[in-house]
Ligand binder design. Sequence first.
Ligand code: SFD
Ligand code: AMP
Length: 638
Amino acid sequence: MGSFGDPDIVEVDTDVLIIGGGMAACGCAYEITRWAPEGTRIRLVDKAAMERSGAVAMGLSAINTYLGDQDPTNYVRMVSNDLMGIVRDDLVYDVGRHVDNSVHLFEEWGLPIWKQPGDENKSLAEGGRPVRSGKWQIMVNGESYKCIVAEAAKKALGMDNIQERVFIVKLVLDAEIDNRIAGAVGFSNREDKIYVYSAKVMLLVAGGAVNIFRPRSVAEGQGRTWYPVWNAGSTYAMAALVGAELTMMENRFVPTRFKDGYGPVGAWFLLFKAKATNCRGEVYMDTNIEMLKDYPPYGLAAVPATCLRNHLMMKETRDGRGPIYMRTDTALQALAESYEDEFGVRVAKKKIKHLEAEAWEDFLDMCVGQAGVWAGENIEPEKVPSELMPTEPYFLGSHAGCCGIWVSGPADICPEEWNWGYNRMTTVNGLFTAGDGVGASGHKFSSGSHAEGRIAAKNMIRFLRDNADYTPNLGLDVQALAEEIYAPVRTFMEHKDYTTAIEVNPNYITPNMLQHRLMKIMDEYVAGVGTAYTTNETLMKIAVDKIAELKIDSKKMMARDLHELMRAWENYHRILAGEAHLRHMLFRKETRYPGFYYNMDYNFVDEENWRCFVNSRIDPKTGEWTTFKREHKDLVTK
Ligand code: SFD
Ligand code: AMP
């Protein structure tokens, strides 16, 4: 191995390449070995360590998609309503009909799932009834959820076929065959090595995107976000650059979370039946209910869409009635009183202690930082409420958001125009995606992402069999490629002695500073927290120019070590994902997701003209970006 800055180039020839080590990747890894012909070479590459990488790294306290005996068509209705009517019903239904099997596997592998009294020793597969927090969600003891799921994936593939700490920089198309995936390149963030993979079929599942918008947390708290900081938009950027069609990139997710620790709210609203109020103790979901009438039918559903719940909440802070409180105190007291009525004071006391433990466990299992905020600020949730806050925007396709890549659907249920042979294949031949990667199909969560990785696996093997005589031709000048990947290192080496303050230099910019510049642009012009999620066409057009300048300056990023080199490449991915979002927002002449963002030039939902998909594509030969409409179809009557 050479010294730092002089990387070895390692070429890896494989049949199947899985990029990412999160829920979808683990689902694929588990499933693919069951279908792959003997001797198939499979390689999984994760930028981090699978045991704790991706969105489930910290663990979770609920599995948000488990249907049980419910009809998948009702699941489609819920998802469609929550995402304001624009989803691919075929993809959502497909997740709905397969998701439970993944949850049964998790339980078999050792994930403790809460059961109703009397069913404690019965698994879900044996008919054990779960404790549901909501209609679709079940409670788990999930601190080690990711470790358990990763272990099964590792066992299926074998560690010899898994590489951790390798960051994939870009995908490579075949040099001779049009629109055909042929490989990928990346580098180790631990060793001075560049990897060049050739592959016949590929799954790109590198998660969603975090830290494109300026976060609410500052200084020492900066690393704290709700979604995981690993997710740097790699999925969307790398797919877009090889010409894969993107869909609904204007969609974003702004979750309402416990302030500062980003603790999720689902268990509090659904399991503990807590209410959220303004500073006067008024329940905004009641006092502002009339506002929902502006958004039929989505606002008038039994459970109004997530963005509309935000919309009602934001009115309170805009009108000066903040902060918003999650009434943990009154919720726990009400449950305690109901116990006293039912069981008497002595038994109730024990049950209340149990309830308090569950409240803490919710965060200890899923978002330990929030438990830290409670401990650090002496917050006893049974005595005082906690502040809620809408977070900075995230891009994702698996939670209550639906941006992502346009994929082929399941042949048995999807219309002809949504099917090009292989379920979950993007518009680039041989390139598949799942989880946060698949657009127009939200509410899969952890379990649905795993199930979708498994769906993709089966179809990837079918694609591999159908194209058995294909040999990838990368046509790469590997030396030039190494120079391109290591350019930030070269820039640093060349100019580092020009000044005495290592971070201040007219010849380069640190990845950290460049990231702040991107976040500032997105925040101030593209409806971040700084403008209370509002923007307009004039502001967005300014952002287009600023992003163009940023792209020019990004070529001057430097890197002092391998970790910083990864930060530099993450920024290239973030910029492209942010740009996709901006272009789609400019194209959609309405405000489809009030509470996620407001385009004040078109502050209304326009069902007649905009109940359609917005898709876009970069021509990989010219770099030209086109954005266009695709017709929406309801496959399930709403
Ligand atoms: O409470 C590269 N999620 C919840 N799901 C649930 O089922 N229940 C919950 O309770 C959920 N909640 C929740 C959730 C997430 C988070 C962060 C919190 C709370 C605090 C959502 C799910 O976790 C999510 O839907 C899935 O994990 C999505 O799966 P997937 O596979 O699409 O993404 P991933 O797991 O993040 O994995 C991404 C992987 O890619 C790697 N990676 N590898 C190589 N090269 C690159 N360039 C790469 N870029 C990224 C990452 O390391 C990772 O392995 S609640 O809020 O609702
Ligand atoms: P969250 O903790 O906000 O990520 O939500 C977890 C799950 O609960 C998701 O399936 C949400 O859609 C659902 N959820 C959260 N808050 C509410 C609410 N107020 N009403 C109905 N469902 C909710």
